[in-house]
Design a protein around this ligand. Structure first.
Ligand SMILES: Cc1ncc(COP(=O)(O)O)c(C=O)c1O
Length: 454
């Protein structure tokens, strides 16, 4: 049995508005689920980012928040937690992950440079492109075969990476590994692959950095799937993972289980000094950078809790439970189930909807109408347009992501979600595609508006 290693101390009421109301509200939201009011959503699987439930110890730590502008004890507590858990001595707090991305890329990416890695997250990609850079996806090809199950689909194709490093030489800004890799389904990277990437980075004298939004989940998968690490402590695995990187960018809203926050953590002082002026300019002074003292306290505590093995075991199995049960009722999902979310293959579920009528968005709409469940398209809407031709880019997979917030929902909630998809599966032929009525110029999935196609 998969028992939660916590009990509920505080509750937030939720309720299901009527189907007629849901249809009305969705229309008002331009069929974009980001524009729904949260009280109109019953089960919110839009994201696992900033939506986790903080613990009593995190709330208690917040009371100790030192709100001094500089030199606060809260900053030092965060610095100590990052050093103990990740092993990086230098830290720049930021307001969230994309704050870290903005600071980092503004310094290291110049026009015409490239950033190879496994599939970059959308905000990461946007920040690199915003500096005139080009993210190059070197993920193993099996990552894009939804029904092909293999343990480390977040791995880098080493031959492709080396070819890229040879081709672009001094135009490579840095290598970025996203662990776990959100854009291919929350899939992990093995230590073996990380080590090999690090060897290549050293050979070509290029910096290696990690996007560690979900590093603890990645470490759990390493323990579960990489033989050598079977009996190893999670925190030891984390330290080994990080030892191969020159630094890391973190959206703390995921594995540090806080509602807001992020940081850049670095191995050496030179990189820290190179980033510091931009960090002050964009985020705030180096001892708070977009976070209050209390937020840094909660984050420091969250890093310990997020790397607790009992917690991780429950967390990963909860997501697996959702995925396996959707699969059992015939819903095609991306396999194996990722760390933070189940990705439904919307292209396969709704084969009558072509990619440019966005089956993922259509399925998200159906899940809300049928059950008040909020999810997000990860497909051609999110993919955006080609920078040069301005044509719609076809995503490699049309997915619908059901992200599970940390320590929030029970198994009964997940059973309800499964029942809604069972219902949708029966009426799937009636689901229609969508087209834009307003298309946002960048990161368009967040703020575009749609209408169902005839
Ligand atoms: C892998 C990854 N990197 C970066 C980010 C951006 O972080 P934030 O939303 O805190 O700006 C996210 C957010 O979901 C993410 O999943």
């Amino acid at each position: 049995m998969n028992l939660p290693p916590y009990k509920t101390k505080m509750v937030e009421p939720i309720g299901l508005v009527s189907r007629a109301e849901r249809i009305k509200k969705l229309k008002r939201a331009g069929y974009n689920l980001f524009f729904l009011n949260s009280e109109d959503v019953y089960i919110d699987l839009l994201t696992d980012s900033g939506t986790g439930a903080m613990s009593e110890n995190q709330w208690a730590a917040m009371m100790r928040g030192d709100e001094s502008y500089a030199g606060s004890s809260s900053f030092r507590n965060l610095q100590n937690a990052v050093k103990s858990i990740l092993g990086f001595p230098y830290i720049i707090p930021t307001h969230q992950g994309r704050g870290a991305e903005q600071v980092f890329n503004s310094v290291f990416v110049k026009n015409g440079m490239v950033v190879p890695g496994n599939a970059h997250f959308d905000t990461t990609r946007a920040h690199i492109e915003n500096r005139g850079g080009l993210p190059i996806d070197c993920t193993v090809s099996e990552a894009y075969r939804a029904d092909f199950s293999s343990p480390f689909k977040g791995n880098v194709d080493l031959a492709k990476l080396e070819k890229t490093l040879k081709k672009y030489k001094s135009r490579v800004a840095y290598i970025l590994l996203t662990v776990t890799c959100n854009s291919v389904g929350g899939q992990p990277e093995s230590i073996k692959n990380i080590k090999a990437v690090s060897r290549l980075a050293k050979k070509y004298k290029i910096g290696l950095f990690f996007d560690i939004a979900r590093f603890a989940e990645n470490a759990y998968f390493i323990k579960a799937r990489e033989k050598k690490y079977k009996n190893q402590n999670i925190r030891k695995i984390v330290r080994e993972m990080m030892s191969y990187a020159d630094g890391a960018l973190m959206s703390a809203k995921k594995d540090a289980i806080v509602n807001m926050g992020g940081f850049i953590a670095l191995k050496n002082k030179e990189t820290y000094s190179a980033l510091a002026p931009s960090a002050i300019l964009m985020e705030g002074f180096l001892h708070y950078g977009g976070m209050s003292g209390r937020d840094m306290e909660a984050l420091a505590q969250g890093l310990w809790e997020g790397t607790d093995e009992h917690y991780l075991k429950h967390r990963i199995s909860q997501v697996e439970y959702l995925g396996e049960n959707l699969s059992k009722i015939g819903i095609p999902i991306l396999k194996p189930v990722g760390g933070h979310a189940v990705y439904i293959d919307a292209g396969k579920t709704l084969p009558h909807i072509p990619w440019n009528k966005f089956p993922g968005q259509a399925l998200a709409i159906a899940a809300y109408i049928e059950g008040g469940v909020r999810s997000v398209e990860i497909g051609s809407v999110m993919e955006g347009r080609d920078q040069k031709t301005h044509e719609n880019k076809k995503a490699r997979m049309e997915l619908l992501r059901l992200a599970v917030p940390r320590r929030v929902y029970s198994q009964e909630h997940l059973d309800y979600v499964i029942s809604i998809f069972e219902k949708i599966f029966k009426i799937k032929n009636r689901i229609r595609g969508v087209k834009f009525t307003y298309e946002a110029p960048m990161l368009r999935h967040f703020s575009s508006r749609f209408t169902p196609t005839p």
